[in-house]
Every structure is written in C-alpha cells, then in structure tokens.
Design a binder for this molecule. Structure first.
Ligand code: C2E
Ligand code: MG
Ligand code: MG
Length: 619
C-alpha cells in the first residue's frame, strides 16, 4: 500500500510531499533533488582565476575542480581559500601556478595547508541517506564543502551540506511524526492522530451546527484466527482489512486503527446519521467478500457501533465509549452487523468486562445448563438423535441463550473450558439416560473453532469418553465450515483421528460459509445440516428451494446425509421432505428442552411420538 502522508496532519508543509515505502518508512530520495549545477573550474586554471569567482559569486560555497575529461579531482573551500590568499606571500608563491602544479608539487607537504581537498564523489542516483553516512565517516569535514555529484562518471554538480542537513532533519521530523501518529502495521492513522482529528472535527461541527459520526469497528473472532493461523497471518489480515476499510470510506473520512483488531472511522460533513448507516452497510458487505491471505482463502465479518456527535454525547471521549458499547451489542446479538447508539444501549465497557468476568465465574458456579433438541429421521419415522445446546442460567439475567455469550466466550478463549464442560455434561447425561433405559440416541455437540484447534483436543475427547464410559459412536461433532476451511492438512489429520475414534462428524450451518465445496469429498464428514436461513419461509422463497435442492443433490452425490435445521411450519416440513432431506430438526417438532423435559417428551409416547406422527403425514 503506497500511502501519501496527509498534509493536514503535518505541521510542516514540505513533508507532505514525501511518500512512504512498503515497510512504512519514508521513501529516501536520491541526491539528484538537491543538485546544484555549479560551473566547475578546470584543474589547469591558475589560482588567480579562481579568486575572482569567489569574490563575484557570493553563494559559491565551494568550487569543484575537474580534469579535461570532466572527471572531478578536487574541491576548494571558499573560506579557506580566501583566507589562505589573504596571507603574506601566498599570492606570490601560489598565484600563477595552476591547481594541478600545486597539487603535484606540494602534494605531501602542502595538502594540509593548501585549501584544496579530495572530494567525496558520488553518482547522482545515490540516496541522501548514503551520502549523509559518507559525510559522517569523514568526521563531517565535507559538511561545508558539500559533495561532488557525477553522472556517468562526469561532473554533474554539487550538493551543499546544509541542503542535505535540511532535507534529513525534515525527513526525521516527519518520520517521528509518522511513528507517533500512524499505525506501523497498517500504515493508517493511529489512536493519537484520531483523537486530534476527532476533537478538531467536533469543534468545527459545533461551530457550523453539523454532526460528526463515529464508527467503532471490531473484527469478529479475530482472536481465534490469530491463535489458529498465527500472528503472521493475523497481521496480514489486519493490513488487508485496513485496506478495505479505507477503500469503502469517503476521501474526507478518517480511517484509523485503534489497536488490536479495533478500527474506527470518523465521518465529518454528514447530512444525517443515515450517511453512517450507508457506510456501515457497505463495510459489512465488503468485508464479507473472501480474503486471500498468504495463499489461503478466508471469510470474516465485523461488528460496528455508531455514535453521533453531538446528538449522543458532546464529550469526545465518551462518544468513543458509546460507539464501543453499541458495537458490543452487535457482538452479543450474533456479530456481523451494525447498531447506532441509543439510550437503551446498555452502558459501556465496564459492563463488558464484567460480563467476561461473570462468564469466567459461571463455570465455577455451575451456572451452565444443556438443553436438548430432537432430530427426526423421515425414513425410520422416529427420533434418532438430539443436539445439545448450551444455556447460561445467569443469577440476575435469567436463562441466556448462546447467542448472547458464545461470541464473547470465543473471543476471550473461555470457549475452551466451556466446551470441555459441554462435552462432559452431554456424555454424563447420555450415560444417565442409558442407565434409566432410554433408547440410545445420537448425541450432537457443537464444537467451536478454537476448541477444535487446541493441540490436545483429541486427548481431551479420548479422556472424556473413557471417564464417562460413553460409546464414541453415539457422539456427533457439529463443526462449521470455517473450522474445516483453515489448515487443510492439519484438519484432515484431526478429522481422520476423530473418525478413527468412532465419533461422527457433521457440518453445521451449511451454506452460510464462503468455503469451496471441493473439500467435502476429502473430509470424513457424514452429514450436512442445512442452515436455518434457507429453511425459513421455504414455501415462499423459490431461491431457497433451489438452494436446498442443490445441497441435497450435492450431498447425495457424495453419499452424505442431510438434515434440515429450523423447520417451523408444516409447509416447510413438507418441502424438506419432498426435497429428500433425511432428517429434520426444528421448533415444529420440538424446541430445545432441559434434560428432564426431553426425556419426558421422548418417553411419553402419547405426547412425543403422537405429535411426531401428526407432523409426518404421508405425502
Ligand atoms: P446451531 O448449532 O446451528 O444450533 C441450532 C440453533 O437453532 C439453536 O439455537 C436452536 O435452538 C435453534 N433452532 C432450532 N430449531 C429452530 C427453529 O425451528 N426455529 C428457530 N428460530 N430456531 C431454531 P441456540 O440454542 O440459541 O444456539 C445458537 C447457536 O449457539 C448454535 O447454533 C451454536 O452455533 C451455538 N451453540 C449452542 N450450544 C453450543 C455449545 O455447547 N458449544 C458451542 N461451541 N456452540 C454452541
Ligand atoms: Mg449446531
Ligand atoms: Mg446450525
């Protein structure tokens, strides 16, 4: 990304024209831009010829001397030269002699005394930094005399030391400014520059009676991506994200990286908050397009919170917390969206960290519960499995669904111990049901990406199975497309080992990922769970009908089973059956229930099975 420093951001005008290199430094120009084409003197000229030039040309600081072929041979320092010839006898002794004669005759004895020095000669393409280094190596002796520049080894001009110094200090200042105000990784402004701009924008908005929008952006599940694919990948992704954000924003917006995976966009000159919503929608859409990072394709999403100045707050720092709070609400309600701050936005970051702390405590306090939702097989005409779904029985907020805390659990890494608990509890429950004489049903458990990526995941599962004494073949792990998209060979090994253990594998929310379908026949997956969004209003949405049809066709061609998830109506049921889905799961059959209710529902033939029979009318 080639970035031009923003002139407005810098206090010194000459720097605004400097551009940045790939690695974020300021591009170092060659000495060509400082070149002064001073007419040289010939080495055959007499000392008398030179004196008048120094007298007549006041800004001639030093005089380059060249041989008849135009090659530089010496440089004469103005002050030293004039001082030297002011001494008694100097003119008599040296005046008529040519520079060449003096050089030859007095080379050893006089070099120190006579003001003529061997110059530093560099090609015109040499960088300013390299020249500066050469001057330093000569103890700065050539700082005043300057450097002689050649083009194809012929004299081309001189560069004055003070021009060089000016250029270097200006660039150093710009570099220091840059380091303090720009993010080293993404090359976009950082929090520091952002605060300046935000304050300035708010002051102007207040004066002109206008509004400023602040978008707070957080990358969904970034921690997981970073943990599983490595920091190098994470860094490259952040750079690519920054590039897309900048691409979406208007020229006059400021896109900044606040730190980590947090970005912000400052929108000045808006007509209404509608402008911010338009940008938010564009950002969401653009970010969802797959990224190609280090030869790997990846799909991500972001969550955006918006606050408007001065409507939501007239204190600039509080405005940022409000946008953050609105963003956080998007996170807990399932990510990948935006929200405007409103009075009902539950408070700020303090609340968020307390939720994380509470989540940590929830395990210790035994506040999690598993609900079970049945899965029905069309051919066998009976319930063949169930999905374990976590709930958080929060002491103050009541029963919370996973949508409000799984995201945070994933981002904070707490999903790993929570996932362990889910697996252990589901196995314990299954075993208890077995002991009570319940029919053995397949038990589906959701496995999150981070959990799956733990190096000891397999050992944990093996240990758990042996501790609870559950037959591995009753278990089914529900993985999402994003889990199996990364690190193909690693995932393949892992899935192979799980399979060898006897655990079944299914692909959850199928159809929502951007993944290629090519992997399906390579992985030991047995079942696709068609995402609820395709089942919803199936009877009224022909496009969903074709999607479901093609998923089933694809599955059949790969000998995979298909389950339709989220079936809520009779019409939906009839269609998924007609399209030859093998199984169904949904509110129409039953909602997720606590273990005791599930057992009762299942065992109470009249209630449970009758209702199923009523549902599954022959076509
Ligand atoms: P999922 O794995 O796709 O689970 C299905 C979700 O759809 C469940 O929501 C279920 O209650 C809901 N559902 C089932 N039938 C219907 C229906 O007919 N209509 C509607 N509107 N919804 C239906 P739930 O329990 O809120 O879980 C949401 C998501 O949270 C799950 O999606 C899963 O991704 C995650 N999750 C749940 N439990 C766990 C867990 O133990 N570990 C992990 N890692 N994730 C979990
Ligand atoms: Mg699931
Ligand atoms: Mg699902």
């Amino acid at each position: 990304m080639q970035t031009k420093l923003h002139a407005k951001a810098l206090n010194f005008s000459s720097i605004a024209s400097l551009s940045l290199t790939e690695d974020g430094g300021l591009a170092c120009p060659s000495v060509a831009q400082l070149l002064r084409p001073v007419e040289p003197s010939l080495v055959s000229a007499s000392c008398y010829d030179i004196l008048p030039r120094f007298h007549d040309e006041a800004d001639l600081l030093s005089l380059p001397v060249v041989d008849p072929q135009g090659k530089p041979v010496a440089i004469i320092d103005r002050h030293q030269y004039m001082e030297f010839f002011a001494r008694p006898f100097s003119k008599e002794v040296f005046g008529k002699r040519s520079l060449r004669q003096i050089q030859d005759e007095y080379r050893d004895a006089m070099l120190g005394a006579f003001p003529i020095a061997t110059p530093i000669v560099v090609d015109i393409a040499t960088s300013i930094d390299d020249v500066a280094r050469m001057i330093i190596d000569t103890d700065m002796r050539h700082m005043v005399n300057g450097i002689v520049i050649t083009r194809e080894e012929r004299y081309a001009g001189v560069v004055h030391g003070h021009d060089l110094l000016h250029e270097i200090t200006q660039r150093k200042q710009a570099e220091l400014y840059y380091l303090a105000h720009y993010d080293a990784l993404t090359k976009i402004p950082n929090r520091m520059l952002f605060s300046d701009r935000l304050n300035q924008a708010c002051r102007e908005a207040l004066r002109n009676g206008r509004e400023v929008a602040l978008l707070f952006i957080d990358v969904d599940r970034f921690k997981q991506i970073n943990d599983s694919l490595g920091h190098r990948f994470g860094d490259a992704l952040l750079k690519a994200i920054a590039g897309r954000l900048v691409g979406c924003a208007r020229e006059c917006d400021t896109v900044v990286r606040l730190g980590g995976d947090e970005f912000a966009i400052l929108m000045e000159f808006i007509q209404s908050s509608e402008d911010a919503e338009v940008l938010a929608r564009r950002l969401l859409e653009t970010i969802q397009q797959p990224f190609l990072i280090l030869d790997r394709e990846l799909s991500i999403s972001i969550s955006i919170g918006i606050a408007i100045y001065p409507r939501d707050d007239n204190q600039v720092d509080i405005l940022l917390s409000k946008a953050d709070a609105a963003m956080y609400e998007v996170k807990v309600s399932g990510r990948n969206g935006f929200r405007l701050f409103s009075e009902s936005t539950t408070s700020f970051s303090s609340e968020r960290s307390s939720l994380e702390a509470e989540l940590k405590q929830a395990l210790a306090n035994d506040e999690f519960v598993l609900f079970y939702q049945p899965q029905f097989d069309f051919v066998k005409q009976r319930v063949v499995g169930m999905e374990a779904l976590i709930r958080w029985n929060h002491p103050q907020r009541g029963m919370l669904s996973p949508g409000s805390f799984i995201g945070l659990a994933e981002e904070s890494g707490l999903i790993v111990p929570i996932g362990d608990w889910v697996l252990a509890e589901a196995c314990r429950q299954h075993r208890a049901w077995q002991q009570q004489g319940m029919p053995s049903l397949r038990l589906a458990v959701n496995i999150s990406s981070l959990q799956f990526r733990q190096p000891d995941f397999l050992q944990r599962v093996t240990r758990l199975l042996s501790e609870t004494g559950v037959d591995p073949s009753v278990l089914e792990f529900e993985l999402t497309e994003s889990v199996i998209m990364h690190d193909a060979s690693l995932v393949l090994d892992m899935l192979g080992e799980l399979k060898a253990l006897g655990v079944h594998l299914s692909l959850d929310d199928f159809g929502t990922g951007f993944s290629s379908l090519g992997y399906l026949n390579r992985y030991p997956i047995e079942r696709l769970k068609i995402d609820q969004s395709f089942i919803r209003n199936l009877d009224r949405m022909p496009i969903n009908q074709s999607i479901v049809r093609s998923i089933v066709a694809l599955a059949k061609s790969l000998s995979l089973q298909v389950i339709a998830e989220g079936v809520e109506t009779q019409a939906e049921l009839e269609l998924v059956r007609k399209f030859e889905c093998d199984e169904l799961q949904g509110y129409l059959l039953a909602r997720p229930m606590p273990a005791a209710d599930f057992a009762a529902w299942l065992l109470d033939g009249n209630a449970g099975m009758l209702s199923v029979e009523r549902l599954i009318k022959p076509l």
